[in-house]
Design a binder for this molecule. Structure first.
Ligand code: 5GP
Ligand code: ZN
Length: 116
């Protein structure tokens, strides 16, 4: 599956059809604040193309993962959080609830949550 998925909330955000607090954008990816922050700084970095998880995105185009990591680093630094965690839940049993590839970018505390 790629490009867009009709019933995917992140595809809807990518398309600009519902609002998000956007922190950064490139030709490959978008970063926005998580609706339910689990850390003082909690953003999501999301590729524009729809795949269900980071491994599927990597299989389709390995460069996508590099784009996501670079955008995550940029928005973390720009928001004053040079130390941060990246989390990519893969599969429902691992806590994934949105099946469009994303990294959580967590910063702003010493633990940065261990439950995500
Ligand atoms: P997952 O559980 O798949 O690892 O992470 C999905 C994340 O997306 C959750 O942290 C959840 O709060 C966030 N989320 C779900 N729907 C929306 C939305 O409509 N807008 C934003 N900004 N975040 C969302
Ligand atoms: Zn999607």
């Amino acid at each position: 599956m790629s490009a867009t998925s009709d019933d995917c909330i992140f595809c809807t955000i990518v398309a600009g059809e519902i609002p998000a607090d956007v922190l950064g954008r490139t030709e490959h990816a978008i970063a926005f604040r998580d609706l339910h922050p689990q850390a003082p700084f909690h953003a999501l970095v999301v590729p524009l193309d729809h795949h269900e998880n980071v491994a599927a995105s990597a299989a389709a185009d390995p460069a996508v993962v590099g784009h996501l990591v670079t955008l995550a680093d940029t928005i973390a630094r720009e928001s004053g959080n040079p130390d941060y965690r990246l989390v990519a839940n893969t599969g429902a049993a691992a806590g994934q609830s949105v099946f469009h590839t994303h990294f959580h970018v967590l910063g702003g505390s010493s633990r940065m949550t261990e439950t995500l």
